[in-house]
Design a protein around this ligand. Sequence first.
Ligand SMILES: Nc1ncnc2c1ncn2[C@@H]1O[C@H](COP(=O)(O)OP(=O)(O)OP(=O)(O)O)[C@@H](O)[C@H]1O
Length: 700
Amino acid sequence: MNAPASPSVAVASTAADWLEPLNAAQREAVTHGAGGAGVPGPLLVIAGAGTGKTNTLAHRVAHLILHGADPARILLLTFSRRAADEMGRRVRRILGHAAAEHPWLAQANLEWSGTFHAIGARLLRDYAARIGLDPAFTIHDREDSADLMNLARHEAGLSTRERRFPLKGTCLAIYSATVNTGAPLAGVLQSTFPWCAEWETELKALFRAYVAAKQAQQVLDYDDLLLYWAHMMDEPALAREVGDQFRHVLVDEYQDTNPLQARILLAMKPDGRGLAVVGDDAQAIYAFRGATVRNILDFPAHFDPPARRVTLECNYRSTQPILAAANAVIAQAAERYDKELWSARESAVRPQLVSVRDEADQAAFVVERVLARREEGIELRQQAVLFRAASHSARLEMELTRRNIPFVKFGGLKFLEAAHVKDVLALLRWTENLRDRVAGFRVLQLLPGIGPKSAARVLDNLAAAPAGCELLAEQPVPEAARAGWAEFAALVEELRRADAAWPAGFERACRWYEAHMPGLYDDATVRQGDIQQLARIAATYPGRQRFLTELTLDPPGATSGEAGMPLLDEDYLILSTMHSAKGQEWRSVTVLNAVDGCIPSDISTRSTLEIDEERRLLYVAMTRARDHLELVAPQRFYVSGQQGLGDRHVYAGRTRFISNRMLGHFEQMSWPEPPAELRGTPDSRQAALDLAAKMRGMWD
Ligand SMILES: Nc1ncnc2c1ncn2[C@@H]1O[C@H](COP(=O)(O)OP(=O)(O)OP(=O)(O)O)[C@@H](O)[C@H]1O
């Protein structure tokens, strides 16, 4: 729903009120060019951690709307759907306060707010006819893309070489890096995948086949959503049309965009008018996916005159000691925009650096601390435990489950990666697009009596049939499958009809699938809970296409220790990878495994660039904390893969990002604390526990 665009009345009366909570720099960013006659020139907001970047962006959007901008012509690009939703809520709240006398303003809906990928998908559908795409294209997630790559790899005879050709995941990673960075394949191989460089020719042929397969099946992968969008913008007339559709384009987390995304923006807004980007170079943590911090460093110079730059340096989130420790970590980074973050939140409490014996003690320590803080009035959901790799929280998850403490985990295995959830989604995708071979291959084999061969035969027949004449019911299937085939074909036909009701159709699909689950999985009853959860999620979307697109692009990232997600009013501890903690804040933050090998991760220490990114990752983790921050360093790790109760372990050193010189920023302690009588000087210990006397006493 769009707000009627006549807000200048509201502006006149209350302009000062909603700007009042902002500091001078934030206000400068919010009001830049708004209210003037034309479209404002380009704006770059460099915002340190916790300086109110999200807040500022939300105020800017609200401010533009209050000055007459049509919400339907504002494009807001965020890093995740979660961030887009949060931004929408904040904007409506600000509008609600700012223009209480115009309640319709608080209803303003940001129709065009989402990730680059989600927005790309919508634009490609809107412009499909003009760029030779079928608007019913389906989108492959990473796993589907890897499966299709594997098929192409197999068909090209590359899986039978005597020397090992890279596996599907690596092939896809190389393909994706090449597409997203816009660099030549040879360069990507040299810099990032040197062990695959000898296969350049074969890889090129493989990627050609992969692209052909996608086109024949009318599927797009994640990278295509950006790539097609970028190519569409190479056409000046289309670029102008799409650019004009949006009077304002605002981009959050600009430091984590890749060259393709920058190319899209610059093509849409070549003179930068209406373009505002916000980011923090010190928080760039996605280079491994092709993002480049150069986008933000080079942004102003793309325009003439250069973009206006506003720097936010006042941190509202963390106490001064937490900020001082985080600043010390990032100060060692090589290249960055200079900014001196400061906090007005005084505190005498320094962050803690806690040494524990091993991961079991680490888990026990965390639980003890979390519960103690809860007693002090900090809810569990205001407390987060962060880690570099999803697997680092395994020991803690066990302990939390044992102690009956609910938690939600962000990052790691996703709900949508579960096989049964993928089955249902594949069924939906296939009904959307019968040429989607990966989806079809999965769905057909759900039917008893159909294996890979018969599935492939059916798919071949369908691919050969003219569009709209795929007669599913008449497909030759093995005798064993015949009984269920008619029912299945009827279901697909019904779901494919344009007027198929939503979410009723989805529920029909779920019922059909649930009937097959006992034959597919031993633990079908447990898995059924997830299918019901999926049905609940589906009911919140307006239709199948939107549901599939958004779920594929930005899946719900939480898995929980409980069956199903916790209810919204429950209290639960947050567990999260550092990457997924981006943009969040909690009153207390505990960083697990603050040791070398975990952060920096031992797989990311090949170059200074990689090490710098790991440093920024630790910086992001530390700056999520408002009041309490503790970094836990287990001294030893058990070596996995031992037989029985093997006791082999390795010793770990404190993370290299906290050098001896920086220790003054931390309170150091060990846990468990030694008993009182064992603390103090060696002399006093001797007095408390005279073992020597005991030994002598044994022979009295
Ligand atoms: N002008 C202000 N006055 C008081 N509090 C503010 C102000 N601006 C922001 N804040 C508060 O500061 C905290 C950080 O704000 P926000 O989440 O917008 O920061 P951010 O720059 O997006 O952080 P990061 O980049 O670290 O994720 C929030 O709790 C927010 O409410």
